[in-house]
Design a protein around this ligand. Structure first.
Ligand code: NAD
Ligand code: UFG
Length: 329
C-alpha cells in the first residue's frame, strides 16, 4: 500500500513509518519540521534500509498538499501532524485551532478530490476529560479542558460529519493513552526541546543529572499511593496499532482506544525506572498540577476484539527503552 504519513518525522509517526517500511509499504511523508528534525529521515533509513519520500511542506498550505496528492496518489493516509502541548495551547489557542484544524481540513479536501478514502487519525484520551468510570470505554462521555483537546474533539466531529456525508470514507480514530519508550535501535525517540512537560522525558533528564529533581504533582489523589495514575503504552505497540487499523477489514467510522488497560502511578513508574536502569531519580512531592486528573486508563477490549490489538511491551521495556534512547543521544 502507498501510505501518506503526515507528521511522519515526529515521535509516534517515525516509529510507524519504520513499521510500514518494514512491512513493504511505500511511504510518503509530509512534515514541516515544526516539532521534529530532518535527521530522523536518515535514522529511518538506517533502521530499515529503505527510503521514504519526504516533503517538507506545511499542511496548512492547501496548494502544497494538493501537489503531493496529484504527484503521489496515495492509497491511504495516517494523520499524525499537529501541535500537541497542552499548556502552550492554553496560551496560544488560535495557533492550535489554526494549525490542527486547517491542516486536517486541507488534507480531507485533497482526499475527497483525489478519491483517497482511507484515513487513520491520531486522537487522544484527553477527549474523555475527567472520566466518570474506569477503565474508559470508547462510548464514554466526551469533554475537553484545554484548546489542544478541543482540536482533537473537533476533528473527531469533522470526521464523523464527513463520514455521514459520504460513507465510502473509511475512517479510524485512535485515542492514544500515554505513549513512552523508543525504538530498540536507540535511534528514534522523544526528545522535547526545553523543559519537558510530560513525565517520562522529565524522569530521564533527572536521571541523567540534566535537571536536579522531579516534581511529583500531588500525592493526595485517591489512588494506590496518592500519585496520578496513567496508562503508559510503548510507542512500538502504539505504532503497530496503526498497521492493524490500516488493515482492518471492518469498513466505516471506527473509534478505538490504544492503551494497555493497566494503570501505573507516578511513583510506581519512578521506582521501576530506577530499578531497571540502576539509576537514582531525585524527586519531591509538590502541589497538584492544574487540570490533572487522578486516574486515566483504557478499556482496550474493543481494539483487541476488532483489530487484534495487544501490547507486547511491559513497563520495564518502556523504562529501559526511554533511557536507552537518551543514552544514545
Ligand atoms: P510530534 O510533535 O512528535 O509529531 C507531530 C509532527 O507533526 C511533528 O513532526 C511536526 O513537525 C508535524 N507537524 C505539526 N504541524 C504540522 C503542519 N501544519 N504541517 C506539517 N507537519 C506538521 O507528536 P507525536 O507525539 O508524535 O504525536 C503525534 C500525534 O498524536 C499528534 O497529533 C498528537 O496530538 C497525538 N497524540 C500524541 C500523544 C503523546 O503523548 N505523544 C498522546 C495523544 C495523542
Ligand atoms: N507528572 C508529574 N511530574 C511531571 C510531569 C508529570 O508528577 O513533571 C505526573 C502528572 O501529574 C500525571 C502523570 O505524571 O499524573 C502523567 O503526566 P504527563 O504530563 O506525562 O501526561 P498526561 O496524562 O498529563 O497527558 C498526556 C499528554 C496529553 C494527552 C494525555 C492523554 O500530554 O496530550 O496524555 O493521552 F492528552
Amino acid at each position: 500500500m502507498k501510505v501518506l504519513v503526515t507528521g511522519g518525522l515526529g515521535y509516534i509517526g517515525s516509529h510507524t513509518v519504520v513499521e510500514l517500511l518494514e512491512n513493504g509499504d511505500e511511504v510518503i511523508i509530509i512534515d514541516n519540521l515544526v516539532n521534529s528534525k530532518l535527521e530522523v529521515l536518515e535514522k529511518i533509513k538506517k533502521i530499515t534500509g529503505k527510503n521514504a519520500t519526504f516533503y517538507q511542506y506545511d499542511l496548512c498550505d492547501y496548494s502544497k498538499v494538493s501537489e503531493v496528492f496529484e504527484k503521489e496518489r496515495p492509497d491511504a493516509v495516517i494523520h499524525f501532524a499537529g501541535l500537541k502541548a497542552v499548556g502552550e495551547s492554553v496560551s496560544k489557542p488560535l495557533t492550535y485551532y489554526e494549525n490542527n484544524l486547517l491542516s486536517t481540513i486541507n488534507l480531507l479536501k485533497c482526499m475527497a478530490k483525489y478519491n483517497v478514502k482511507k484515513i487513520v487519525f491520531s486522537s487522544s484520551a484527553t477527549v474523555y476529560g475527567k472520566p466518570k468510570t474506569l477503565p474508559i470505554r470508547e462510548d464514554a462521555s466526551l469533554h475537553t479542558t484545554n484548546p489542544y483537546g478541543t482540536t482533537k474533539l473537533m476533528i473527531e466531529n469533522i470526521l464523523t460529519d464527513l463520514y455521514n456525508s459520504d460513507s465510502s470514507f473509511d475512517i479510524t480514530i485512535l485515542r492514544y493513552f500515554n505513549p513512552i519508550g523508543s525504538h530498540k535501535s536507540g535511534l528514534l525517540g522523544e526528545n522535547p526541546n526545553g523543559i519537558p512537560n510530560n513525565l517520562m522525558p522529565y524522569v530521564v533528564r533527572v536521571a541523567r543529572g540534566e535537571l536536579p529533581v522531579l516534581n511529583i504533582f500531588g500525592d493526595d489523589y485517591p489512588t494506590i499511593d496518592g500519585t496520578g495514575v496513567r496508562d503508559y503504552i510503548h510507542v512500538l505497540d502504539l505504532a503497530h496499532g496503526h498497521i492493524l487499523a490500516l488493515n482492518n477489514k471492518i469498513h466505516g467510522l471506527k473509534i478505538y482506544n490504544l492503551g494497555t488497560g493497566k494503570g501505573t502511578s507516578v511513583l510506581e513508574l519512578v521506582k521501576m525506572f530506577e530499578k531497571v536502569n540502576n539509576v537514582k531519580v531525585n524527586y519531591q512531592i509538590v502541589k497538584r498540577r492544574d487540570g490533572d486528573i487522578a486516574e486515566c486508563y483504557a478499556s482496550s477490549d474493543k481494539a483487541k476484539n476488532e483489530l487484534g490489538f495487544t501490547c507486547k511491551y511491559t513497563l520495564e521495556d518502556m523504562c529501559l527503552d526511554s533511557y536507552n534512547y537518551h543514552d544514545a543521544n
